[in-house]
Ligand binder design. Sequence first.
Ligand code: CMC
Length: 392
Amino acid sequence: TGYITLDQGYGNTGSCESAITYIDGDAGILRYRGIPIEQFANRPNFIEVCWLLIFGNLPTAAEYGDFSERLTRHAMLNESMKHHFQGFPTQAPPMAILSAMINALSCFHPDMNGADSDDQFIAAAARLISKIRTIAAFAHRSSIGRTYNYPNPKLLYVENFMHMMFSEPHAPHETDEIVRLAFNLVLILHADHEQNCSTSTVRMVGSSGANLFASCAAGVCALWGPLHGGANVAVLDMLEQIHQGDLSVEEYMRLAKDKNSGVRLMGFGHRVYKNFDPRAKMLQEVAEKLLKHLNINDPLLEIGRRLEEIALNDSYFVERKLYPNVDFYSGIILRALGIPTNMFTVIFAMGRMPGWIAHWREQNLQGARIGRPRQIYTGPTEHDYVPRDQRG
Ligand code: CMC
């Protein structure tokens, strides 16, 4: 069947053509549909970016109004979905609940596989972007044994999430404009990153003809791992460990450089960026501003800064071109907003949802071939079956 090239981890294989996100890893450039990521920082609006990524243009006023209205209308979950939450143990990781419930959405909307028409696709996409937030908040409420806060149609996307997570009867920072904008920016900076592990997974699953809900549920599973979206939790654990005095910054750095330790500097390094991850720079600025605004003095921010400074001047990291990535500072922001650590990767998934949807759709419109990589076989050569009574 011809010669097969081994490319472990697909470091050098283009799996598709895509017009969604452009990255120049050497120059530290990231653009959504051609727009530099830095330009979203002025008045960050996550819903606008969702539309941009999925449909390719910044929404007109009419498109924005219609899409926002859909998100509001579809924020509720089917009442019987609530029983699912009670079926999980209290300590269940919210990422497990999230992927299971997103997959379950396909049972509640079986007429919406997303592929039959534009109307059906928009309906499915709006439901996913809206309901992932409700599922995330309900998973949290259920894990702390509190009643669910139903979505409030009067609230904007992020405010509604904070309300569903925290209202008793009010959510902290619920009217704080700076918090709302910071949270929008966090979601935007996670919204797409071309063929990362979870997005490639969504495309792979979707390439078999699987529906949009099932494909995105698979994306959540891929994102869960500590080398991908789970890194934002791992960063916080690392900073906490240093803060608690289990290890000093210097000891941690020594372990991170030791290949036998199994320890890495979490939130550092990237397959594509061999220069500063522009998202990390922006998130560091947001973290500094937000903490100042909320009058929070988080010792973890200082530890993060020290780790970064040492790493950027250490030949191990310099030679390998390892820089802070998106996960390095995001946790400090989420922590300042009162989001528990076990929800960090869930927030990443909320942000990444439009990217997954955009790629699923792009692939569908391309009529792409089913994903089916080959392998280099390394097992035994042909030998005969031995009956059980003759085996030694
Ligand atoms: N700490 C210490 N050494 C590292 C690190 C790190 N964070 N990252 C890479 N290296 C070393 C690695 O050991 C290897 O060294 P050598 O050439 O001597 O064998 C070299 O740098 C290249 O690393 P790699 O593992 O071949 O790189 P990769 O492209 O396969 O992996 C990565 C990329 C992001 C998984 C990796 O850098 C990593 O594990 N980082 C820590 C986890 C993390 O922060 N993940 C979030 C990624 S960004 C957001 C997302 O995608 O979710």
